[in-house]
Design a protein around this ligand. Sequence first.
Ligand SMILES: NC(=O)c1ccc[n+]([C@@H]2O[C@H](COP(=O)([O-])OP(=O)(O)OC[C@H]3O[C@@H](n4cnc5c(N)ncnc54)[C@H](O)[C@@H]3O)[C@@H](O)[C@H]2O)c1
Length: 267
Amino acid sequence: MPEPGGHIRDRTSLDGKVAVVTGAARGMGAEQARSLAARGAAVLLADVDAGGGRALAAELEEYGAGTAFVPADVRDPAHWETIRETALDRFGGVHVLVNNAGVVGHRRIGRITRAEWQRVMDINLKGAFLGMKTLAPDIRDAGGGSIVNVSSAAGLDQHPDPSYTASKWGLRGLTKTAAQEFGPWRIRVNSIHPGYMDTPMNDFASPALRAAKVSLLPLGRPGEAWEAGELVAFLASDAAAFITGAEIAVDGGWTSGAQATEARRMR
Ligand SMILES: NC(=O)c1ccc[n+]([C@@H]2O[C@H](COP(=O)([O-])OP(=O)(O)OC[C@H]3O[C@@H](n4cnc5c(N)ncnc54)[C@H](O)[C@@H]3O)[C@@H](O)[C@H]2O)c1
């Protein structure tokens, strides 16, 4: 019989876990790494931005569970092998993979080049595929764990950049396939769908565009990067033990009706 109150014990600790986060040098990836480290995980940071990645690794040392930075382009299978070897050599295994690295373009179907389309698809979709292909067997060997794929509200509705929309819908679907394949290995796989977040990715936006986006949000403000980080830490932990194959929005209500609101305004 469980102890009285036992059902509410804290299961969010990540003590003894090893997490890999891609695109970790800044923005949401950096906050995901902070949230994971704060709960006790050793965190391996991967990014093409070596300066930002090394600085964050130095900062995360204070949490005490261990951290490392690997310069890596998620499009390159050889870089994934380096990530894998570093995780095994330094920390003895992997339990959590966060496929967060992503880029966005700004041209619509009529103007996007094939090279621009391919770059976004390769980073946002193929990168996550390579990550799961490389690390899932190690997560299995560690006794199971959690994979979080960072899609977007654009993976639930749309974005003006067709490659961004397609890559994020693709990642949402790939998540379901992986949840089915890796469930028997005790690996949970979920996608998260951030909405309009205040990160360097949105620095291009004019004050007018930002205000227009925010006006469509029920909460009346953009998201902060840590708000996605906390969701990732929850999904990584045993508190989310029965959640797999799910798609979870962290979007201030954007996908609950912003598109409809926008469409009504345009009538
Ligand atoms: N900011 C938003 O509003 C928003 C909304 C929905 C989803 N997202 C998604 O969240 C994720 C993080 O976005 P962000 O806003 O923090 O972006 P960001 O631009 O602030 O950070 C992205 C990070 O990914 C790294 N990166 C880019 N290409 C890479 C590659 N080939 N290999 C390894 N690392 C690479 C960058 O160097 C950077 O550190 C992305 O997948 C993005 O598509 C962002």
